[in-house]
Design a binder for this molecule. Structure first.
Ligand SMILES: Nc1ncnc2c1ncn2[C@@H]1O[C@H](COP(=O)(O)OP(=O)(O)OP(=O)(O)O)[C@@H](O)[C@H]1O
Length: 299
């Protein structure tokens, strides 16, 4: 079986509010999947349903081919999770928290390993009441990972982390995914998610509106050409008159593809008396692609 998670036809109401509307998607083993969408779209609700923390009205969730519900979650022994704010007790040390969670014969060495990997050694023996937001967040991530689960669900794991901690977390996630661990991660920090995700699932108002490999979502095959010219306004106007799709920005930005080549664009502009001062290439970033997907869906 290739999929670690299979969700189909999932519906959930909170009173009259539809939180999940016929949600379905699968996650392949060893993949890092980003779950993205606006505030209140339904990301946390999906994660809680997968963890059997909330019931749903209808639909199916399977982890490792086993059905999950609020009353039945045998497969969840293989799952580690950080959902919203980690439950942290101020008068316990970080290490005591990890001891509460760690199970199995290798519990102590697993604790040592995750503390070292997340660079928490300096403060792991201190009471959690002295922890900063980022230190608490790291402890929450450590709790999700300490038992080396096969499937990890992280809701906004980058919250409160500084750039160095973010990098550490990214590297750890990629390393574990290479070793076979699967990740479902929600984050509003798309620049961070975009660096590690294999696949992206986009949710809006409870509906899945896109579900594809990240290269497809960001059109990695189509680069942007960014020009600096002697007259950017005139350059944009000429390109538009010649049916090129030009972004309405201060710069001159055109999406490159098989038909739209740099050579054709430069020739057209130079022949129109415009000097080219600089040419840059840029891959579309996840944030822009997501905004476009949400805009298209609105239409
Ligand atoms: N316990 C609850 N009672 C009532 N409404 C809820 C409850 N939990 C979630 N909702 C509603 O369900 C919808 C989806 O919420 P959810 O927390 O899943 O969104 P989200 O995508 O995680 O948002 P964010 O990015 O802001 O964290 C929202 O409209 C929210 O108000």
């Amino acid at each position: 079986m290739d999929n670690i998670l299979e969700i189909s036809g999932l519906n959930k109401h909170f009173g009259k509010k539809i939180a999940l509307d016929n949600v379905g998607f699968n996650i392949k083993k060893g993949h890092i999947v980003g779950l993205v969408g606006p505030n209140g779209a339904g990301k946390s609700t999906i994660m809680k349903a997968v963890l059997g923390l909330i019931g749903t009205d209808s639909g199916q969730i399977k982890v490792e081919d086993e059905l999950i519900s609020i009353n039945n979650h045998p497969a969840l022994e293989k799952v580690g999770a950080l959902i919203e704010y980690p439950g942290i007790y101020p008068y316990m040390t970080g290490r005591e928290h990890l001891k509460l969670y760690a199970t199995g014969a290798n519990a102590e060495s697993n604790i040592d390993q995750i503390v070292e990997e997340l660079e928490m050694t300096k403060y792991i023996q201190m009471k959690a009441k002295s922890y900063s937001l980022g230190m608490k967040q790291k402890l929450g991530i450590a709790l999700a990972l300490v038992n080396k689960p096969e499937f990890v669900i992280l809701d906004e794991p980058m919250n409160g982390l500084d750039p160095q901690a973010n990098k550490l977390l990214r590297e750890l996630i990629v390393k574990q995914a290479k070793a076979g661990t699967t990740f479902l991660i929600s984050s509003h920090i798309l620049s961070e998610l975009g660096k590690i995700a294999d696949d992206i699932v986009v949710i809006e108002q409870g509906k899945i509106i896109a579900d594809a490999p990240i290269d497809e979502i960001t059109h990695a095959d189509k680069k942007l050409i960014i020009l600096e010219t002697s007259d950017d306004n005139k350059a944009r106007q000429i390109l538009k008159e010649n049916n090129y799709a030009v972004a309405d920005e201060n710069k001159v930005i055109i999406q490159q593809n098989k038909e739209v080549t740099l050579a054709k664009i430069l020739r057209l502009l130079v022949e129109s008396g415009i000097d080219i001062n600089d040419v840059k290439h840029q891959n579309a970033v996840l944030e822009d692609s997501l905004l476009q997907i949400l805009k298209d869906d609105e239409k």
